[in-house]
Design a protein. Structure first.
Length: 344
């Protein structure tokens, strides 16, 4: 299990220790995606279960409890997350207990929601005595993956928290959570790292041109590293080339090339491009794609603010249905044709 803190989290860790004397029953860690919030929450979970934590609150890493935690076998720890994260988490050293009953092939896609059964399953965990009369810890992420039924089930637990139990929730966006859940958690913000700190860390990971990657991910270093190590850069560049020189014919050709790409990613990249257009139009600032500064400046001069705002609104609406398009190719064609028409 990878639970060492990132350099930009050390100050936040020190601030968190002030809560240890009077721990709330639920803490909600929130901040931008790609900054290591889950690692931070799991480090805290390990420290709460550690038999000999240091004066700085870090787990000792040597006791039996830390050994169990590292092996995902601690009897007083549970992780709750969507099924869809299980395969990815295993590759990153974040996987929990393996389900040996999984078949080699499944016709059903893993759920991206945290289901009510997962919340109900915590009942047995919370109704048995803790190991060595310690405490129980539940880490749940991302909290916005709770659907209506599971959120209401969790809310009932948070309203009547069992003794010696703490919930550590992780969220990328508080606006996507029920107000009633927010009101029953102690909120703890984790901030974006400073640019110099993030660039230094990316350089240490061997990332070339770290400033470009960091900009494209809005300053989130873990997201920048993941993108730099992925095989999607050619796809992104294909899209950006069209966005930089939009034509109706180009929209159709680009949609054909990108039809097998995850629609959610394409919408996200377009949102960032349109944000840069809007930002440059109003203030001359480019956040995500500075390497396309000349093209963005030219395009910003060719479009009115009202038209750009309407385009942003449409893209946001598309984002809401991007995970389940009826036809990926038609969805992408429609999206790129709408964009190209802004400049035709």
């Amino acid at each position: 299990m990878t639970t060492s803190l990132y350099p930009w989290q050390l100050d936040s860790w020190s601030q968190l220790q002030q809560l240890r004397d009077r721990l709330p029953h639920a803490i909600l860690f929130h901040g931008a995606a790609g900054i290591g919030k889950t690692v931070f929450a799991e480090r805290f979970a390990q420290s709460l279960l550690c038999q000999s934590p240091g004066t700085d609150g870090h787990p000792c890493g040597q006791c039996a409890s830390c050994g169990w935690f590292d092996q995902y076998a601690h009897p007083d720890f549970r992780r709750v997350r969507p099924e869809a994260l299980d395969d990815d988490g295993a590759a990153e050293g974040e996987e929990g207990e393996e389900d040996t009953k999984k078949t080699a092939k499944s016709s059903k896609a893993p759920s991206k929601d945290i289901k009510i059964d997962q919340i109900r399953a915590l009942a047995d965990f919370m109704n048995i005595s803790t190991h060595r009369q310690g405490m129980r810890v539940v880490v749940l992420y991302p909290a916005e993956a709770l659907n209506t039924a599971s959120a209401n089930a969790l809310l009932k637990t948070l309203e009547e928290p069992p003794p010696a139990t703490i919930f550590l929730l992780v969220s990328n966006g508080l606006d996507r959570l029920l107000p009633t859940i927010l009101s029953r958690c102690r909120k703890f913000a984790l901030n974006m790292p400073q640019q110099d700190e993030a660039l230094g860390w990316l350089t240490a990971q061997g990332v070339e041109n770290p400033s470009d990657w960091l900009a494209e991910q809005g300053g989130a270093p873990l997201a920048a590293l993941a993108q730099a190590e992925s095989d999607s850069q050619e796809v992104l560049d294909e899209l950006l080339r069209h966005l930089a020189r939009p034509t109706i014919d180009g929209a159709l050709k680009t949609a054909d090339k990108l039809q097998k790409t995850a629609v959610v990613d394409l919408v996200s990249w377009l949102q960032r491009w349109q944000y840069d257009l809007f930002s440059h139009k109003l203030s001359g600032i480019i956040r995500y794609y500075p390497r396309y500064g000349t093209q963005l400046a030219d395009l910003a001069a060719r479009i009115e603010v009202d038209a750009l705002l309407e385009a942003l609104k449409k893209t946001n609406e598309r984002r809401a249905i991007a995970e389940h398009p009826l036809s990926a190719k038609l969805f992408i064609e429609d999206m790129l044709l709408d964009y190209a028409s802004l400049f035709s």
